[in-house]
Design a protein around this ligand. Structure first.
Ligand SMILES: NC(=O)c1ccc[n+]([C@@H]2O[C@H](COP(=O)([O-])OP(=O)(O)OC[C@H]3O[C@@H](n4cnc5c(N)ncnc54)[C@H](O)[C@@H]3O)[C@@H](O)[C@H]2O)c1
Ligand SMILES: O=C(O)C[C@H](O)C(=O)O
Length: 324
């Protein structure tokens, strides 16, 4: 039996966590042989609801679940955490852009960055889900000077998965036939889902779909999928967001040969200078992600990649006072 790992989840009484915590406890994230301790963080008014979640987790009698810590103190929630999923933040409603949440949510991530810095395992892997995810991840990392900025990531996997499904459905294939999907930039309406390197069942995606569909249907559909779900459900995506968070952490921890999209510190690759959390194509090996280098970028892609970069720099400028 392996030693248990400690997994902190913030916003643990919220709708994403209502799927996420149970799937992690059942072994979907780190495997069916990895015991886990869940460290659940909420704000004081949600502690009763969190207690109900704890009762339900216990009632599942999950074989891998070793212990549950439920707290409203970030220092307790992040104590020795090996993984931290920062979900707790306000979601947007109809008609809002995710960056409209910046003011409401940014302060949460400076406090939690400090608490991670002071309490978490030195190898902690952090995924920020709460919106606007990329800039919140930047705030958290800047407030954790003793941790490497590369330990902080933002969730782009939902966009990546959405893009794969759109293309699979259009071409009459299965998502498992889609390879080398890339979503660049920000988890926002400027994100750039790029088919230039993508293959479906070994054939270049551009040989299978028309340019008009790509530019005027595929790209806006993926960019606007979060808003479409809010319109349809009256609440933002939850089970699919939890599923994407599990995919992201599983691949990071256990590795994948597949190209996946992750929001990570820009390092100059593809002309995106440091200072923002930008989504790149990566592969994961030995517990680390590596940017896929050397992909050709045409003029169309360059324009799209730059637009989403510019938006991230604007978001950064708006929270400069929180960057430590
Ligand atoms: N990156 C993505 O792809 C993606 C996808 C879906 C949703 N989201 C975002 O995830 C966030 C959570 O969504 P949700 O639907 O679960 O919202 P929700 O309102 O159902 O749950 C959020 C929970 O966070 C808690 N919370 C608020 N401040 C907190 C703090 N300082 N510490 C700990 N907990 C805190 C709230 O009490 C609430 O229970 C939103 O910002 C949403 O926009 C991101
Ligand atoms: O769109 C939202 O506000 C929620 C989430 O970021 C999503 O993409 O579904």
């Amino acid at each position: 039996m392996k030693d248990p790992v400690r997994i902190a989840i913030t916003g643990a009484a919220g709708q994403i966590s209502y799927s996420l915590a149970f799937r992690i406890a059942s072994g979907d994230m780190l495997g069916k042989d990895q015991p886990v301790i869940l460290q659940l963080l909420e704000i004081p008014p949600a502690m009763d609801a969190l207690n109900g979640v704890v009762m339900e987790l216990n009632d599942c009698a999950f074989p891998l679940l070793q212990d549950i810590v439920a707290t409203d103190d970030a220092n307790v929630a992040f104590k020795d955490a090996d993984f931290a999923l920062l979900v707790g933040a306000r979601p947007r409603g109809p008609g809002m852009e995710r960056k409209d949440l910046l003011e409401a949510n940014a302060a949460i991530f400076s406090v939690q960055g400090k608490a991670l810095n002071d309490n978490a395992s030195r190898d902690v892997r952090v995924l920020v889900v709460g919106n606007p995810a990329n800039t919140n991840a930047l705030i958290a990392s800047c407030n954790a000077p003793d941790l490497d900025a590369g330990q902080f990531t933002a969730m782009m996997r939902l966009d990546h998965n959405r893009a794969k499904t759109q293309l699979a459905q259009k071409t009459g294939k299965h998502v498992t036939d889609v390879e080398q999907m890339i979503v660049w930039g920000n988890h926002s309406a400027t994100q750039y889902p790029d088919l230039a390197h993508c293959k479906v069942d070994g054939t270049s995606a551009f040989d299978l779909v028309e340019r008009d569909w790509y530019e005027n249907d595929f790209i806006p559909t993926v960019q606007q999928r979060g808003a479409a779900i809010i319109k349809a459900r009256g609440a933002s995506s939850a089970a699919s967001a939890a599923s994407a968070a599990i995919d992201h952490m599983r691949d990071w921890a256990l590795g994948t040969d597949e190209v996946v999209s992750m929001g990570i510190p820009a390092d100059g690759s593809y002309g995106v200078e440091p200072g923002i959390m930008y989504s790149y194509p990566v592969v994961c090996k030995n517990g680390k992600y590596e940017i896929v280098q050397g992909l050709e970028v045409n003029e169309f892609s360059r324009g799209r990649m730059k637009a989403t970069e510019d938006e991230l720099r604007e978001e950064r400028a708006a929270v400069e006072h929180l960057l430590g």
